[in-house]
Design a protein around this ligand. Structure first.
Ligand code: HEM
Length: 83
């Protein structure tokens, strides 16, 4: 995980270190709908990402998921406590 280059907030790690519980299908679903497998939804800097990835073909979202799952885990600093 790393701080948000845009300023406020936090951009979570998307390597296996943080997303090991996400299946390919979970990533595809998130990129299409903005919903996480826990039934939560992503906002902030993630909203424009979903706005774009929701318009891709299912095959392209699947390819992104396969790629993301292929990345080695990279550890980063812990998510800060909610203020
Ligand atoms: C294909 C690219 C991306 C994927 C697969 C992805 C995936 C994810 C996932 C799985 C989460 C939820 C993490 C969690 O709940 O622990 C998340 C949240 C988030 N992502 Fe992304 N992300 C991508 C690109 C980006 C980019 C480019 C940015 C910023 C410029 C970004 C910013 C954020 C932020 C700020 C959150 C937290 C949103 C919230 O708490 O509501 N992401 N992302």
């Amino acid at each position: 995980m790393r701080s948000n280059p845009e300023g406020e907030g936090w951009v979570p790690n998307i390597t296996q270190a943080a997303l090991k519980d996400y299946s390919d299908k979970d990533i595809v679903y998130l990129l299409e709908t903005g919903n996480t497998p826990e039934g939560d939804s992503v906002g902030g800097a993630m909203a424009p990402v979903i706005r774009n990835t929701s318009q891709l073909t299912p095959q392209d979202r699947e390819a992104m998921a396969v790629y993301i799952k292929s990345l080695p885990p990279v550890e980063g600093p812990k998510k800060p406590e909610k203020r």
